[in-house]
Design a protein around this ligand. Sequence first.
Ligand code: HEM
Length: 439
Amino acid sequence: MSDAAVRHEGMPPGPGGSAAFMTWRFLRDRYKHIPPIHEKYGDTFLIQLLPGPRNLVVFSDPADIKEIFAADPSQFHAGEGNAILKPVMGEHSLLLTDDMEHTRGRRLLMPAFTGPSMRAYQPLVEAIAKVEIDSWNDGDKLITLDRMNAITLDVILQVVFGVTDEERLSVLRPKVNKMVNIEAKMLLAWSYPKLFALPPWRGYFKNQQEVDKLLFAEIAERRAASDLDGRDDVLSRLLRVGDTEGEEPLSDIEMRDQLVTLLLAGHETTASALSWTLHELGRNPEIQAKALAAADNGDDAYLEACLKEGMRLHPIIDFVARTLQSDQVVGGWALPRGTTVTPSIMLSHSREENFADAHLYDPERFMVGKVPANTWIPFGGGVRRCIGAAFSLMEGTVVLREVLQRYSVEAPKVAPNKLRNITNVPGDKAPVKLTARVS
Ligand code: HEM
């Protein structure tokens, strides 16, 4: 038990009732169902979810969220909650591991995601965006989610995996696209392995084996490449780390698991953030006018603010989770071992005391020093904070700049939230009408 003071009796309040019904509501449309529960029960509440049922305590007060992110990671596990993804991501995935293996993965991966590396990735991201935008025309109805997904997939393949040869890319693209599309029914096979013998599960896993084969071949070839030291992609950087960090370098299987993790964690998330941002700019002409000027003047700070505000208003992932390995006092509540504590990103981002007129899209909030700590948390926090946060902000800013230099956008109607896999995407894929800008 931690030594923080207990301030409340028993478990936090919550809606009770059937766990099956709560689970169904949570999986189906939590964007609609969680806010009224928050309104009724306050900043901390308990919901029960299947299987189990297990207790999930949702937190939205910034002080409690700070406490969870700063807590001892050996007692607040994040990896075990993602175990369902093991058959795809692999047992060494950064998302799935805890304790020493997680610390090792983080230490080896981190250098590829810090400032100097970010600057090296920019020119290729820019080039990938330009190729996509060259295929657009004045007056087109652009399905932003699809087109942003095309860009972010190529960014992962070229900038992260380092595959730039067009012939290889055309083999990888459709296979990797199939792999990232993890529908709920695919997850069923992981609980009932006999399903693997039947279509569509058989097809999904055969495809995964083909992607793995290609990745192992790429890793082997790159290890032996004479130009490894001069290469800028993430895979090459990961192959170079090891000895200097005082760690065994990543093995081929670890490398494969981390690459698939970066693909699954970094592709659709960044595409959704971009799609929501273009949608909001298309709904707010005055803000868009500022963003167009920022794109023309190289004012990346304003473009980044547009992206951050898009992620605030439309959290791409709506909560993160930590499972208690021992009895703990969290936010003044004495919670038993096994409880899952979840900082709610969705509720944090909609707090009026932190974000006045929280329902409005207003990038100005992110212009230097205005957002209080632990209130804007789209990337989670603590030792598990998204390792790709700086990467996705760099990528998103570059793509926005390239798009807005060439086109203004107009969004016909408000897009609904839709959960796809675990990502909050615009339900109608956020179409916009493109108008070419005269340069
Ligand atoms: C808008 C884009 C993105 C969003 C909203 C996002 C969000 C998140 C969130 C909420 C977490 C969990 C953090 C926690 O538990 O506290 C996470 C973890 C992670 N993300 Fe991202 N992410 C994005 C882009 C990326 C990119 C581009 C990459 C890599 C190329 C990436 C790789 C990862 C990895 C490897 C983890 C696991 C970190 C760990 O457990 O130590 N993400 N991300």
